[in-house]
Design a protein around this ligand. Structure first.
Ligand SMILES: Cc1cc2nc3c(=O)[nH]c(=O)nc-3n(C[C@H](O)[C@H](O)[C@H](O)COP(=O)(O)OP(=O)(O)OC[C@H]3O[C@@H](n4cnc5c(N)ncnc54)[C@H](O)[C@@H]3O)c2cc1C
Length: 461
């Protein structure tokens, strides 16, 4: 929880974190990209006096966002995958400061951070400013509802662990309510509408199919999942996974249909209602739970921040070096940056920019490590080139589908099944490796295999 920074009081709040003379690297956002960068730079420079690394994040811990739909469905134990920023900063020798970035003073080279309040509204840290020599902004994205009426009031979003837990709680409560009530189900009861059939919407549908059945199996005998629970997936484009090759869309549609998910394509949402979704053609899809999973934009506070160039979805426009177009000392990457992808024109990327994916944030974090090294050595910076290795979509225990890209397979190759699942898991493993190193990840994986410690079938929050 944050309170806005007022510039008058911010001046007296500058924090001297770095040792005198050290190059101050400040990273804002400890997500898929930012935490990897802070960890690697901390390992590299944390012991010496040459450079000092500070990570600012508005939350206390990190979860890899592609795991959120599993938390929402209740099939993932957050405790196993959550990374505590304070502990991570201690083990990897960077400084961590909690708080929400709200502004930037490029002349004084200071990041403005709001006061951090706890859940009861008590102040934990005051508003302050954090000085930098190199600033890296990687604050990710949030869902874009394009101003659709009713979304804020009636739809849930999947942007944070809190969102995912809230969804899970409502889902389980809906099942318990339906089981306990004396009368018949109302038309909207146990109906879920997921708006947006991109990877998130598709993965959530498949995951929910499984976990709703498991919740019901915990003794909610008055519910017949096949008859009573209905999952609607709504997509404005004419096919699911519109950003991926058509062959992949039709394979995914087949799998979803087999699971009983009702897919509505070419269906533009006009309004979200208290008990359903109204489409532009006038149809109403009844729903007790509505999830908005269509479109992303960068956070509002970035819009024209400190005179930096931003685009219509608030992304900071960067050069291929990942420097913002108007300030060599300010870098941005990941979902919040519009980074040119010249080779990507015509491959589904919007206006030739790198797509907002975990794979891109991971690559850019690695590139940023090299850029910082070159900057400290006064060497010219190098351009970043996005390598598209394809996309993978997990349909829970049913299947994993995807396409592989690149020279190795000579274009785009559709993959499915075990191989696709291993590839899907490898993206997260790479993230874990970047955060914890080979030994810890290998030992933990081994321990999980030996003790047969797996994720719970379904976790009720
Ligand atoms: C439900 C879901 C499923 C997804 N599935 C996939 C998938 O299967 N494959 C894939 O490639 N991609 C997937 N993505 C996209 C992927 O998660 C993002 O592309 C990736 O996380 C972007 O990384 P990032 O470092 O730019 O930002 P993020 O990982 O979003 O991290 C941003 C960080 O910045 C912090 N922050 C935000 N604002 C501020 C502020 N003002 N001040 C301080 N800190 C701030 C946040 O707390 C967060 O820690 C999914 C996304 C979601 C939401």
């Amino acid at each position: 929880m944050s309170a806005p920074v007022t510039s008058s009081s911010a001046d007296s709040r500058a924090e001297a974190i770095a040792p005198p003379g050290a190059h101050r690297i400040v990273i804002v956002g400890g997500g898929a990209g930012g935490l990897e960068l802070a960890t690697t730079l901390g390992n590299k420079y944390g012991k010496g006096q040459r450079a000092h690394v500070t990570l600012i994040d508005k939350t206390r811990s990190h979860i890899w966002k592609p795991k959120l739909h599993e938390i929402a469905a209740g099939s993932m134990d957050v405790g196993i995958h959550e990374v505590d920023f304070l502990a991570q900063s201690h083990w990897h020798r960077f400084a961590y400061r909690i708080g929400e970035m709200t502004g930037l003073d490029r002349t004084r080279r200071e990041v403005q951070v709001a006061a951090f309040l706890d859940e009861e509204g008590r102040q934990v840290t005051p508003e302050r400013v954090v000085p930098y020599d190199t600033l890296v902004i990687c604050v990710g994205s949030q869902s874009n509802d394009f101003g659709t009426p009713g979304v804020t009031d009636y739809a849930l979003k999947l942007e944070s662990v809190a969102d995912a837990r809230r969804f899970n709680q409502r889902l389980v409560n809906a099942c318990i309510r339906a089981h306990a009530q004396p009368g018949a189900l109302e038309p909207h009861q146990l109906q879920v509408a997921i708006i947006g059939a991109g990877a998130t919407g598709v993965e959530l549908s498949a995951e929910l199919h499984r976990t709703t059945r498991e919740v019901v199996a915990y003794g909610l005998t008055r519910i017949d999942p096949d008859k009573d629970i209905r999952l609607n997936l709504i997509e404005a484009a004419d096919r699911v996974l519109p950003a991926l090759p058509p062959r992949l869309s039709s394979a995914t549609l087949d799998l979803l249909t087999k699971l009983g998910v009702v897919v509505h394509t070419s269906a533009k949402v006009a309004e979200v209602l208290p008990r359903g979704v109204k489409l532009a053609d006038g149809r109403v899809i009844p729903a007790e739970l509505v999830v908005w999973a269509a479109g992303v934009k960068a956070p509002e506070f970035l819009k024209d921040i400190a005179g930096l160039e931003t685009n219509r979805i608030n992304q900071l426009v960067v050069r291929p070096t990942l420097q913002t177009t108007r300030d060599d000392d300010v870098f941005a990457f990941g979902d919040c940056a519009a980074c040119p992808w010249i080779e990507g024109e015509g491959k589904g990327a919007k206006a030739g920019t790198v797509p907002p994916r975990a794979q891109a944030a991971h690559q850019q974090a690695s590139h940023m490590v090299g850029q910082i090294k070159r900057r400290l050595a006064n060497q010219p910076l190098r351009d970043y080139h996005y390598k598209d290795f394809g996309s993978l979509v997990s349909l829970g225990e049913f299947s994993t589908v995807g396409n592989m890209m690149g020279g190795l397979v000579g274009g785009s190759l559709m993959i499915e099944g075990t191989f696709a699942r291993v590839m899907y898991q490898s993206l997260y493993k790479m993230h874990e490796l970047a955060l914890h190193g080979f030994t810890k990840v290998a030992l933990e994986t081994l321990a999980r295999i030996i003790t047969r410690r797996t994720e719970p079938h379904v976790k009720l929050h």
